[in-house]
Design a protein around this ligand. Structure first.
Ligand SMILES: Cc1cc2nc3c(=O)[nH]c(=O)nc-3n(C[C@H](O)[C@H](O)[C@H](O)COP(=O)(O)O)c2cc1C
Length: 459
């Protein structure tokens, strides 16, 4: 068995901004420790000396893109906020983190909760928020307890609550435990859930949260990592922040590396300065036990899979031509998009040649079928159907026509649902069939008894 790194080890290639203090042996989660290291200084200065619109401009200048999945520029989202409605404005931190392969937000929450609170209070001040929420995944009870204790400490120091630091600005922050479903991470499903209802996503348009969000009031929803970045953007200025990474892909990103690599873990890397090859082979130590690469899921289990050996050829937005293998794809937002997939939530899953690829898809399909909220027929019925077919295939009942059947089910889900969960369940099937068609056809030739003897038993 190859040796693996300790989860708290920091790789020399990392540039830690968000996780600067996490994993330092002498750092703890108390407000005293946070403040000893300059914590809340940015908030103190901002509420005393700066105007909210200046902070919004800093975030715009930074070009920071959302770290929750879609990569939408945060400054632009804040600009869309309907400030003239006369209704209260709400801020929600999306801490639902449920995409398989993703485990970054919980590191921040568990190891540096005050950084998130400071980022949120700066965002609240910038956007004129009346009340802020952290919607945290129900399965992270420790994170919820840590945040609640940290909020009490922050309140006792008047970093939130009434008349924050004598500025005349007031905003409270509460933790809301989620309803234990993947769909609660979709921002409009999250809002419904926060209102106490079943997390059925809303149709966009008209229900863009920036205009019609929580209680039909203007609402900003941002991811944990995005909101932490706000603290550093305000501290160093948006223009300085934009020098980190590369244009359109600024700042750092916390990548979650899992699967059959020697050194799985989370790594904070400057955007666009590394490739998937660097992450898998150099930083991640390469594949285990001398195995060969079979596939990479580049951005959480809903992103489209890449097959080892495939090449991506095209032109970037700036006109640069590229011809990449998986190893060459830039580790940022635009690289994986150009290679037909996405960086999503930053969860990179490495699959070696020992794995039955049909079983991988059966596993993924079981997850998305379980998590479909059931509101839209194509997603509700289609996800279950895909799960049923791939489970049967994995358990020795594969038929040659299954590949075509699966592709056609996927094609009838994508683009036909209220929210992007439709794509989340269709993209794996569509891409696995497109890239590994031979393996799905071959599965029908496998001895059913051999398939049954394997460990896969999804029901
Ligand atoms: C099915 C589904 C699940 C999602 N789950 C999460 C999640 O767990 N955490 C998250 O931050 N964003 C999640 N998102 C994205 C959110 O809808 C939203 O875009 C994000 O919170 C915005 O924050 P950002 O702009 O800072 O990335 C999900 C989206 C979909 C379609």
């Amino acid at each position: 068995m190859d040796s693996v790194k300790k989860s708290t080890e920091i790789h020399p290639d990392e540039r830690r901004i968000i996780l600067k203090y996490a994993d330092q042996p002498d750092y703890d989660i108390s407000i005293d420790c946070y403040m000893r290291n300059g914590g809340y200084d940015v908030l103190k200065k901002a509420v005393a000396e700066r105007k909210p619109e200046e902070l919004c401009q800093e975030v715009m200048d930074s070009q920071v893109r959302g770290r929750g999945g879609a990569g939408f520029p945060a400054g632009m989202k804040w600009k869309f906020l309907d400030r003239k409605s006369g209704k209260p404005i709400y801020l929600i931190c999306n801490a639902d983190e449920s995409e398989p392969g993703t485990f970054k937000d919980r590191q921040i929450i568990h190891k540096d909760p005050h950084q998130l609170i400071e980022g949120m209070m700066l965002t609240a001040f910038a956007t004129g928020t009346a009340q802020a929420f952290i919607y945290i995944r129900e399965e992270m009870p420790l994170g919820a307890e840590i945040l609640e204790a940290a909020i009490e400490e922050a309140r006792a120091n008047n970093f939130l609550g009434d008349n924050i630091l004598g500025s005349g600005y007031s905003c409270d922050l509460v933790v809301h435990r989620g309803a234990a479903a993947y769909i609660c991470g979709e921002e409009t499903g999250l809002i419904e859930s926060l209102e106490g209802k079943r997390a059925y996503p809303r149709i966009k348009p008209p229900y863009f949260p920036a205009a019609l969000g929580l209680y039909m009031c203007p609402t900003i929803v941002n991811n944990v990592e995005t909101l932490c970045n706000v603290k550093h953007i305000v501290e160093m200025s948006g223009k300085e922040y934009a020098k980190i990474g590369k244009p359109g892909n600024t700042g750092t990103r916390i990548w979650c590396l899992s699967g059959m690599v020697k050194n799985p873990g989370y790594y904070e890397l400057e955007n666009g300065q590394f490739t998937y090859g660097d992450l898998i082979y150099k930083i991640g130590g390469g594949l285990r036990d001398g195995r060969a690469l079979q596939a990479v899921i580049p951005g959480g289990s809903s992103s489209k899979v890449w097959r080892s050996g495939e090449r991506f050829v095209g032109k970037l937005r700036d006109g640069t031509e590229f011809d990449w293998g998986i190893e060459d794809v830039p580790l940022d937002f635009d690289g994986p998009m150009a290679a037909g997939s996405m960086s999503g939530s930053g969860g990179v899953v490495v699959i070696d040649d020992s794995v039955d690829i049909v079983e991988v898809l059966a596993n993924i399909n079981a997850f998305y079928a379980h998590e479909s909220c059931g509101q839209c027929t194509p997603c509700r019925e289609g996800s279950l159907w895909m799960k049923k077919v791939t489970t049967r295939m994995a358990n020795g009942g594969a038929r040659e026509e299954d590949a075509d059947l699966l592709a056609s089910i996927g094609d009838q889900i994508a683009g036909r649902t209220v929210c992007a969960h439709g794509e989340a369940c269709a993209w794996p099937t569509q891409s696995f069939i497109a890239k590994f068609r031979d393996k799905f056809i071959d599965k029908a030739k496998q001895d059913p008894e051999e398939a049954k003897s394997r460990s896969f038993r999804m029901v």
